[in-house]
Design a protein around this ligand. Sequence first.
Ligand SMILES: Cc1cc2nc3c(=O)[nH]c(=O)nc-3n(C[C@H](O)[C@H](O)[C@H](O)COP(=O)(O)O)c2cc1C
Length: 209
Amino acid sequence: MLHDIRKQYMFSSLDENSVLPDPIEQFELWLNEAIESKELEPNAMMISTVDEYLQPHSRIVLLKEISPEGFTFYTNYEGQKARQIAVNNRVCLLFFWARLERQVRIEGTVEKISEAISTAYFLSRPLESRIGAWASPQSQVVRSKDFLDEQFKYYQQKFGENVPKPPFWGGFVVKPVSIEFWQGRPNRLHDRLLYVSGSSDWKISRLAP
Ligand SMILES: Cc1cc2nc3c(=O)[nH]c(=O)nc-3n(C[C@H](O)[C@H](O)[C@H](O)COP(=O)(O)O)c2cc1C
C-alpha cells in the first residue's frame, strides 16, 4: 500500500540565478506563496532540539515573526524544549508545504527575545489563549484533564479580563547559519539550494537530491 504512493513533483523549479541573495527574503517569498496556495497551516514549523544525552526531540510550533535577525516563535520557558535549549541552543526548523512540493530546512542557534516584545505579543492574543498559558504547566505530567480545567477556571477568576504575561512564557528567535530550499522536481531530480552564512554575505550551493 505505502509502496504504491508515488507522486511526480511538477509544480515549480528553483534556479540559483533567480533566487534572492538573502535567504530570509527568499523564505518570505515562499511563505507568502504557501499562504496564497491555502496550505492548511503555512506558518507551522517543526523545531528539533537535542538534549544533553544527544537525543533529538521534534515538535511543531508556529512561526510568529520573521526579521533580518531570524525566526520567532512563542512557548513556555519551563517546558521540555526550553530546558533542552538551555543546555544546547543549536536547533533545526523545518517547513513542509505539500501543495507547493516545497521543504525549507533552517539550522542555527536560538535565543530568548526581549521581555517587552514577548509582552506586546502576549497581550495581542485572545483572552482564552492568555488564560491557557497560565493554566498549563507545559510538558509536565498532570493527574487528569480535570486538573487543567480547574487551573483554567482558577486563573479566569483570578485575572478576569486583565491577564498579564506569565513570567515563564515568551518568545525565542532562531538565528540561521544555513537555510536549504527544496523544490520537488520530476524523476526525483529535485532542486536543492543551500545558503550558508559567510562573514559578509550568504554563499549559495546546489546539492544533489
Ligand atoms: C499546529 C501546531 C501548532 C503548535 N504551536 C505551538 C506553539 O506555537 N508554541 C508551543 O509552545 N507549542 C505549540 N504546539 C505544541 C507543541 O507541538 C508541543 O506539544 C509543546 O510545545 C510541548 O513541547 P515540549 O514538551 O517539547 O516543550 C503546536 C502544536 C501543533 C500541532
